[in-house]
Ligand binder design. Structure first.
Ligand SMILES: [Zn+2]
Length: 393
């Protein structure tokens, strides 16, 4: 059987539409570009999913999981897409069309196309192990490069989270920290080193992260996070990784993140134990659903200096980094509505269900409007009044 016969046989089994009919389906169908990388890089239909013909069978079910959603397949001239459409039908896709004349005819007829953002050869090498995962691939890596994560603290939790997020290619990392590197930090804060003692932590962090991955834009905030600046600082970030060690900042962050609707990956450590959870505003519980009021100072060990095993923040901070990437890429099941508790001495992880509290003073349906207010150093919140004003200094 010659190529012509094969193509004609495939075309008998599939549905072909011309570019005008394809264009009318831009909103309700997924466009699938099955050409090669170099063809794709020179131009494609806006919003199209790109899977080269040779990788179609192995990748398509991960990339287009809804087999009932219509698919319009195209290549350069309409031959490869005919074979691809035939294959998709065999895989169970219910509504597949091949675009006659392909991208060439689409473009000649003056229809919209774009030059897609693509990874440079250096980036393709650096992120090779991500590209091998169909769940991430080139599109996911692009998304990471366009993502912005804000880290509160360049300390024990922030160090591993920042290092892994930078290595993974999260394009913008904001870091808030007003401290200076101290020799006693080096037991666990692996962003820093002996040469940096006495240096601003944000500057030390920026040096380390830029050396690890020059793709990453590190934005530093050498300030105390407060009611006066938090909304401005978190604006524009996709996720906040909270590595703070005190209740006042956690409440402040909780309220601001609800207002700005930014998910927070929360982590905390104490002695030999750690916890991680993800607060997704109005979808899962918030920090106040779990702890409506800060505990009294004598029961709030994190407000005072407590001991901590050096490797522990490496584990908890790394999980925070991982959860941040899952949120950014809509990957798997992030720890929304779940609290992961780690005990280093037992070497156990436990999952606890945590639920939204319908009476939550911050995210509940009857909650008063959120007021961004300062909390004093004793970890006691100033009362928030229904009229929006606050008490105290
Ligand atoms: Zn809540």
């Amino acid at each position: 059987m010659a190529f012509r016969d094969l193509l004609n046989a495939a075309k008998q089994r599939i549905h072909e539409i011309d570019p005008a009919d394809a264009e009318a389906r831009l909103d309700d169908a997924t466009f699938l570009d099955v050409r090669e990388q170099d063809e794709y890089e020179q131009g494609t239909i806006p919003g199209a999913v790109f899977i080269p013909r040779g990788q179609l069978e192995s990748q398509v079910e991960n990339r287009l999981s809804d087999k009932d959603r219509p698919v319009v397949v195209y290549c350069a001239g309409g031959a490869r897409s005919a074979f691809a459409a035939d294959t998709l039908q065999q895989l169970g896709y219910q509504d597949v069309s091949s675009m006659a004349g392909g991208f060439g005819r689409w473009k000649n007829e003056g229809r919209a196309w774009v030059t897609p953002a693509v990874l440079s050869p250096e980036q393709r090498t650096r992120y090779h192990r991500h590209l091998l995962l169909p769940e991430i691939g080139e599109a996911g890596q692009q998304r990471l490069l366009e993502s912005k994560v804000l880290l509160l603290g360049a300390g024990g939790l922030g160090s591993p989270a920042a290092l892994y997020l930078a290595a993974a290619g999260v394009g913008t990392l904001g870091i808030v920290d007003m401290d200076v590197v101290d020799a006693s930090n080096l037991q666990r804060q692996i962003l820093h080193n002996v040469d940096r003692i006495g240096e601003r932590k944000v500057d030390s962090a920026k040096k380390t992260l830029t050396q690890l991955n020059p793709d990453v834009d590190v934005v530093t905030y050498d300030v105390r996070l407060g009611a006066d600046n938090i909304l401005e600082i978190i604006d524009g970030y996709d996720v906040v990784v909270d590595g703070t060690d005190n209740f006042p900042t956690r409440y402040l962050l909780n309220d601001a993140s609800l207002l700005a609707r930014v998910p927070v990956v929360h982590g905390s450590i104490f002695r030999f134990e750690g916890q991680v959870t993800v607060f997704k505003p109005y979808e899962g519980p918030c920090y106040r659903c779990l702890l409506p009021e800060p505990p009294p100072p004598e029961l709030a060990p994190s407000c005072a200096e407590a001991g901590v095993l050096g490797v522990l923040p490496g584990i908890i901070g790394s999980i925070q980094g991982l959860e941040a990437i899952k949120v950014l890429l809509d990957l798997g099941d992030p720890l929304v509505g779940r609290l992961l508790a780690y005990d280093a001495l037992e070497e156990t992880f436990r999952n606890f269900k945590v639920r939204r509290d319908p009476t939550c003073p911050a995210c509940g349906p009857d909650a008063a409007p959120i007021v961004i207010a300062e909390y004093d150093d004793l970890c006691l919140p100033h009362a928030t009044l229904a009229d929006g004003s606050t008490t105290g200094h």
